[in-house]
Design a protein around this ligand. Structure first.
Ligand code: FAD
Ligand code: DLZ
Ligand code: SF4
Length: 508
């Protein structure tokens, strides 16, 4: 019998589990642009353009394969604004009894669909596993079961073995699972990274840009100069260019930061993998092939594959294992409101100014900017996890809660008390100075430890440890840091505390 297939905005691929047995002659496909999805957090304008334009392009691609697509545009007068109401309307009109969908990536939507099914037993809602991921819920649960700690590194090794990636016999190619010690180099001033792959907006994208301008003009971020990929073909082009031009140095400069350039040697693929425009397996395979063809070294290829086969799968597994409790923890009792400069970039701390500005412009910042600048500050200043999570979820064009939450709540804020990370990623200004050129153009002095002109990260780091001693003092990985703190004179400790107090007071 005919069925309705609902495709969500981040499910834009023909290999989707909900489409696998679809019959163009019989079945009907539903896609909905919804105000509720654009505004449950007020997404960056470029993110809205990306998602809506990619949706419209995918609907066209489905039609080109003879599928009948019911596509609800955001500004249609009778758009009800909810997935389940739209499903119900189409089921009633078409006489279908069954709606098939691939499970949503976010908990709130899964709940919404499950709730609707309970209220509407006359229909069947068939929610299928999202097998774009390489680790199923069951596999992750099996891996997690009985473990005291859920460390990514061990998960990653198992994934390598399961998929036979970068292995010799049963051992890691090159003898080590992890080549990160080769990978922490700053970017020399004379290194010029290749320009990122850009696309000129077509008529569909231009329409969407007008729509976003009309309806969501007060959202965060710059709309102009949108140049991201919006189709599977374009996403493949980004992957090809990455492998050829940037992958060879990806490892070396993975942690480096440079003023005015967030793109560097990164892949810029998270947008597309998360939307379904690019299969993560294709990215992993392309990198592995580059190694075997002698086009990229092992430290680069292993580093890249670990991000996708390791981190990406691991955070998604953890999210579904721990939700909904995960989000409500606040291990460090952090309560400070998010300072305004996260929105307007107006701060004399140059590293933060630059990273917010990159984010505003591009709905992108690379990993170390998110973790060691924007995140490190949020951790050290004790910012409220709910506000920080919401910020990250709306500002980045690759952000969905399944990937945002473990990275922010766990990795950055340590609000989960150490489920994800063994210790908080706290650091002083020296780290940022080593890995970037931000400090040279800053109002503050990165070498100074306290006082007016001292880099705030320096005293906030020690003040953070002191403030959170009850929660962190017994963490074995922080033993050395606490011993250094305790070795300081009382005067030193008071100066730090005083500088931190003054700084944090003017922040509020
Ligand atoms: P590359 O550096 O080229 O990495 C390759 C790929 O690996 C990425 O495309 C991505 O698919 C994957 N990857 C790398 N690191 C991670 C990670 N920690 N978790 C999951 N996947 C990873 N990534 C998102 O996709 N969405 C988010 O909302 C998001 N929020 C983050 C928030 C914080 C605070 C931090 C520290 C990291 C976050 N990340 C998020 C992970 C990472 O920063 C981005 O995936 C990456 O910057 C995207 O750019 P890229 O494609 O150029 O990545
Ligand atoms: C992110 C997003 C946005 C902005 N808009 C839509 C939309 O209008 N219609 C839609 O189906 N999906 C959208 N999405 C993606 C969903 O929010 C996404 O499916 C969930 O966050 C689950 O990952
Ligand atoms: Fe950032 Fe401190 Fe460097 Fe300024 S001196 S850029 S605040 S790390």
């Amino acid at each position: 019998s005919p069925s309705l297939r609902l495709i969500l905005g981040d499910q834009l691929g023909f290999d989707l589990s909900s489409l696998r047995d679809a019959d163009p002659d019989r079945d009907l496909i539903l896609m909905c642009e919804l105000r509720a999805e654009a505004q449950y957090v007020r997404h960056h304008k470029k993110k809205l353009v990306l998602v809506l334009s990619a949706m419209r392009h995918f609907a066209k691609a489905l039609q080109a394969r003879s599928f009948r697509v019911r596509y609800r545009r955001l500004d249609e007068a009778d758009n009800s604004g909810s997935f389940t109401t739209e499903i119900e309307k189409v089921l009633q009109q078409s006489g279908c009894r069954r709606c098939i969908l691939t499970e949503p990536g976010e908990y709130r939507l899964r709940q919404q669909f499950e709730h609707w099914q309970t209220e509407h037993p006359e229909y069947t809602l068939e929610m299928r596993e999202d097998d774009r991921f390489l680790c199923s819920h069951a596999d992750f649960q099996r891996w997690a079961k009985g473990r005291k700690q859920l460390r990514m590194e061990y998960f990653y090794r198992e994934m390598r073995r399961r998929y036979g990636i970068l292995l010799e016999e049963d051992q890691p190619l090159g003898g080590k699972w992890n080549l990160d010690h080769d990978n922490r180099q700053p970017l020399p001033a004379d290194r010029q990274p290749p320009a990122p792959t850009r696309f000129t907006p077509d008529a569909i994208t231009r329409d969407v840009m007008t729509l976003v301008e009309q309806h969501f003009d007060d959202h965060f971020g710059v709309l102009e100069n949108f140049d991201l990929a919006v189709t599977a073909e374009q996403a493949q082009q980004v992957l090809d260019d990455f492998v050829e031009q940037r992958l060879p140095l990806f490892g070396d400069y993975q942690d480096a930061m440079r003023q005015g350039d967030p793109w560097l040697y990164h892949s810029h693929l998270s947008f597309y993998i998360n939307l379904g425009l690019l299969d993560p397996r294709a990215a992993i395979e392309a990198a592995e092939q580059a190694l075997y063809r002698g086009l990229a070294p092992l430290n680069a290829v292993e580093g890249f594959i670990r991000q996708i086969l390791g981190w990406r799968e691991y955070v998604r597994g953890l999210y579904w294992l721990k939700m909904p409790e995960y989000r409500s923890r606040n291990f460090l009792h952090a309560t400070r409101p998010l300072p305004r400069f996260y929105w307007d970039a107006d701060t004399p701390m140059n590293c933060l100014h630059q990273c917010v500005e990159d984010t505003r412009q591009h709905a992108y910042a690379h990993h170390i900017q998110r973790l060691m600048v924007l995140g490190n500050f949020a951790l050290l200043a004790g910012l409220n996890p709910d506000e920080v999570n919401e910020w990250y979820l709306l500002v980045y064009a690759d952000a969905y809660e399944w990937v945002e939450l473990p990275n922010v709540h766990g990795m950055v804020l340590f609000a989960d008390g150490g489920v994800l990370a063994s210790k908080p990623y706290a650091a002083g200004g020296a780290y940022i100075n080593r890995m970037s050129d931000y400090c040279r153009q800053c109002h503050y002095n990165v070498k100074q430890k306290h006082g007016d002109r001292a880099c705030p990260f320096n005293y906030l780091y020690w003040d953070f440890l002191q403030r959170n001693a009850a929660q962190l003092r017994r963490n074995p990985r922080l033993g050395l840091a606490y011993r250094n703190l305790e070795r300081m004179s009382d005067t030193q400790r008071q100066q730090i505390e005083e500088s931190a107090r003054i700084f944090l007071e003017q922040l509020d």
